[in-house]
Design a protein around this ligand. Structure first.
Ligand SMILES: NC(=O)c1ccc[n+]([C@@H]2O[C@H](COP(=O)([O-])OP(=O)(O)OC[C@H]3O[C@@H](n4cnc5c(N)ncnc54)[C@H](O)[C@@H]3O)[C@@H](O)[C@H]2O)c1
Length: 439
């Protein structure tokens, strides 16, 4: 009994003889796979595989996978940027927007297998003349487009050939009111562009330019979208520099009848740059020079549409002043190409987008006579207030940085516009009136 009460220290515990811990050999876990690799020249195959994969990543054009969706746009096709440029940029935008990179990375390669995702794009003023042609191109590229328009000068007919397309939406909305949409890009075109229209309600015009632009910049900031402003050559006013470079600050009357438009656009440019510098919104600014083409408003007071409508109706062509004031005229497909290159490129701008071919009003009247009616009369009327004497873009910046220049000569573009005007004036209406097809 007493023996049971004797204390047994740990030294007296029986040592189990069944378990002997193996000595820890840390090198063993490394040596085993190494031995495996060294056998049968496996390591050679491994390095060869790595080299081949690196070569594929380095040299294969990673952007090809998206393919080009720019199809069936007729005349536009020849002015498209190279496929790789478009899809590479789109990849980068998708990458930036969807993966969350802070800044636009110009050098990054896109991993293979990332398909070009279609973008969701807002076009304000998309039912207007320029906007509707831009929409045609974006839809043809495979993107989803939301047109926001209050139909002040725009027409449903300009976009109704997209009705029924699930990638197209049309919202009747005035940009002076805020709007929330989830989008990747905003093309901000909403603003009446012809003097007849913008002088009709100057307060509304300046409000559209200032409050409308603020709203769209606010939207861009909120959703991280890239924003493109369609400004105008009118920011140069009656220029004292000829031709006009983007560095020229202009000669603008701040209190004249055109100021709601000219100064409105200048303010819109200021707001755009302030949102860029102060709120890090990605912005682009285009300064558009006189543009013509199908779907322009008939009788909107712009010189090309005036002359064409008058010649078709057998009315005399009205030349204001002595007709020696000059303008340059670009065809709308050239402009749309420039806008898209600007949006997809890496430069903020401003960029002049116009055709440097300069015509006096009398020369333009002669081209219209040759195209429509050689017997059309010309009448002179007093010039309007603040009408600039000369206007011609210097487009070297756009040529160098966007690789863009206009391609369509006035004599080639005018017949396409005449055909569209003829249909609309004489009632031969088609659903997709004004859609540019292969010449
Ligand atoms: N066409 C040119 O020669 C030219 C030259 C310089 C600048 N621009 C600029 O290009 C843009 C488009 O011009 P365009 O020739 O197609 O003009 P447009 O009048 O045909 O189109 C403007 C569109 O904006 C819409 N709009 C106007 N105010 C609006 C508002 N408050 N809210 C929503 N929508 C509104 C109109 O309904 C119309 O659809 C304008 O910003 C214009 O200033 C055009």
């Amino acid at each position: 009994m007493a023996s049971e009460l004797i204390y047994r220290g740990p030294e007296s515990l029986p040592v189990p003889d069944s378990y002997t811990p193996k000595p820890h050999k840390p090198w063993f876990t490394v040596i085993r796979p190494l031995r495996y690799l060294l056998r049968e020249q496996r390591i050679v195959f491994l390095f060869a595989g790595i080299a081949i994969a690196s070569l594929i990543f380095a040299f294969l054009p990673s952007s090809r996978s998206g393919g080009s969706n720019y199809a069936n746009t007729g005349i536009y096709d020849s002015y498209l940027p190279s496929e790789s440029t478009q899809s590479q940029v789109a990849h980068r935008i998708i990458y930036q927007n969807r993966v969350g990179f802070g800044s636009f990375n110009s050098g990054g390669k896109i991993p293979l297998g990332l398909q070009r995702k279609s973008l969701r794009i807002v076009v304000t003023g998309g039912a207007g003349f320029v906007g509707s042609h831009l929409v045609d191109r974006l839809i043809a590229r495979g993107d989803s487009v939301i047109v926001v328009d209050n139909f002040f000068t725009g027409r449903k007919e300009n976009v109704m050939h997209h009705f029924g397309n699930p990638r197209f939406e049309l919202i009747r909305h005035d940009v002076v009111e805020p709007l929330l949409l989830e989008v990747d890009q905003i093309y901000h075109l909403a603003c009446p562009a012809s003097p007849v229209h913008y002088k009709h309600n100057p307060v509304k015009t300046i409000k559209t330019n200032v409050v409308g632009t603020l709203n769209m910049l606010g939207l861009a900031k909120r959703v991280g979208a890239r924003f493109l402003l369609t400004s105008t050559s009118e920011v140069y006013g009656d220029p004292l520099e000829h031709p006009q470079k983007e560095t020229y600050w202009g000669n603008v009357n701040p209190i004249g009848v055109r100021s709601c438009y000219d100064e409105g656009k200048r303010t819109a440019e200021t707001l755009t740059m302030d949102y860029h510098r102060g709120a890090e919104v990605e912005v682009r600014i285009a300064r558009i020079f006189n543009t013509y083409g199908p779907r322009m408003c008939i009788d909107d007071g712009r010189v090309v549409s005036n002359f064409v409508a008058q010649a078709l109706r057998k009315e005399p062509l009205t030349v204001y002043g002595d007709g020696k004031q000059t303008r340059s005229f670009q065809f709308v497909s050239d402009l749309v190409e420039g806008l898209m290159r600007l949006m997809e490129g890496e430069h903020v701008g401003p960029f002049n987008l116009g055709n440097p071919g300069e015509f006096t009003m009398l020369e333009l009247a002669k081209v219209v006579q040759e195209t429509i009616d050689p017997n059309a009369q010309i009448v002179h009327k007093p010039n309007t207030e603040d009408d600039p004497h000369k206007r011609k873009p210097d487009i070297s910046k756009a040529k160098e940085l966007l690789g863009w220049e206009p391609k369509v000569a006035l004599r080639n573009g005018l017949p396409m516009m005449v055909q569209d005007f003829r249909q609309r004036i004489f009632g031969d209406h088609k659903e997709d009136s004004g859609k540019i097809t292969t010449a």
